[in-house]
Design a protein around this ligand. Structure first.
Ligand SMILES: CCCCCCC/C=C/C(=O)SCCNC(=O)CCNC(=O)[C@H](O)C(C)(C)COP(=O)(O)OP(=O)(O)OC[C@H]1O[C@@H](n2cnc3c(N)ncnc32)[C@H](O)[C@@H]1OP(=O)(O)O
Length: 302
């Protein structure tokens, strides 16, 4: 069943012309759309997109309550929204942020990796790869406005961006904490972190599963800027203006120069990476670790 979801969502959207693509959140214009004159909204139930054609900037807001976990549907809808923006020459930059208060993203959806079929794991992992590749190599300027806690896959999304602004709230930690779950961040997660903070900091952070609070996150360079919580969006817009002042072709070629070797490593062995994930995630010990972790999260409330 779940195997069909990603393909169904993709097919339904890709078959439609651009102007009719937004279906779940119909296009709205003007102040009622929440962004002032000229702001248009589209997107899907879990990935909202607000566009400001005059500025050439869009905002992608993840909305998968309660914790913005990256389910197969979120990953698929995210890729579709990004592709739509990439294909429209109006847009040169996108800000990625969250619509869930206090949570940027809880990372990969653990329920997608626990107790499911091999076919499902394969489809899910391909969708994770796809989003990473699209974001990492996007021609758009991509800025993360991190307005909440951002572990593991949430951190990965931020790391794919060109610049990260984090809200200054001690609860909003960020990092690749996979080892704390008894799992291992794949090589391309590791590469993305190494490319951002350097080898030694990445090694320590990965082995210990460190989640950095804002001041520490800034110190190690996992984020570029920490600002008061109510200024995250305006700070991201200011940074965007600076990046958009650079001629697109020069910036895009430079980005490609910096990032393509890392992306190519995954592209060249995508199927092998999926097979490795399948073997890893299907192990009894790994399934048990994930179940224990999920149970702990669920029991926290009780
Ligand atoms: C070779 C390859 C190997 C495999 C590599 C795999 C790489 C994995 C990458 C990942 O991203 S794994 C996910 C890592 N994420 C986390 O560790 C975060 C876990 N969540 C939290 O710490 C907290 O939920 C929170 C984000 C800090 C929010 O806390 P809050 O108190 O606000 O909410 P909770 O009560 O904890 O959660 C509400 C609800 O949501 C469920 N949930 C939380 N996180 C996830 C998740 N990542 N996936 C699925 N579901 C999640 C949680 O269980 C609660 O559910 P219910 O009790 O309401 O049913």
């Amino acid at each position: 069943m779940a195997l069909m979801v990603g393909a169904r969502v993709l097919a339904r959207n890709l078959l439609r012309p651009w102007s009719r693509l937004p279906d779940a959140v119909p296009g709205r214009t003007g102040p009622a759309a929440g962004g002032g004159d000229g702001v248009r909204c589209f997107g899907s139930p879990r990935v909202l997109v607000e566009t400001d054609p005059a500025k050439g900037v869009a905002v992608i807001k993840l909305k998968n309550p309660p914790v913005n976990s990256l389910s197969l549907e979120v990953l698929t809808e995210f890729v579709i929204s990004l592709e739509k923006l990439e294909n429209d020459k109006t847009f040169r930059g996108v800000i990625v942020t969250s619509d869930c208060p206090g949570i940027f993203s809880a990372g990969l959806d653990l329920t997608e990796m626990c107790g499911k079929s091999q076919a499902h794991y394969a489809e899910y992992w391909r969708a994770v790869q796809e989003l990473w590749l699209r974001l990492y190599l996007s021609n758009l300027v991509v800025i993360a406005a991190i307005n909440g806690v951002s572990p593991a896959g949430g951190c990965l999304i931020s790391l794919t961006c060109d610049y990260r602004v984090l809200a200054d709230n001690p609860k909003y930690s960020i990092g690749l904490n996979e080892t704390l779950l008894g799992i291992v961040a794949p090589s391309w997660f590791k590469d993305t972190l190494v490319n951002t903070v350097g080898h030694r900091t990445a090694e320590r952070a990965l082995q210990l599963g460190l989640l950095f609070p804002p001041a520490e996150a800034l110190r190690v360079g996992i984020v570029d800027q920490v600002v008061p919580e109510d200024q995250v969006h305006s700070a991201a817009l200011s940074v965007m203006a600076r990046w958009l002042a650079i001629p697109d072709h020069a910036r895009q070629l430079t980005k490609n120069l910096m990032r393509k070797p890392t992306a190519d490593r995954l592209v060249k062995q995508r199927d092998a990476d999926i097979q490795y994930f399948l073997q890893f995630i299907s192990r009894d010990s790994i399934q048990k670790s994930l179940r224990v972790y999920l149970d702990k999260l669920r029991q926290k409330k009780g």
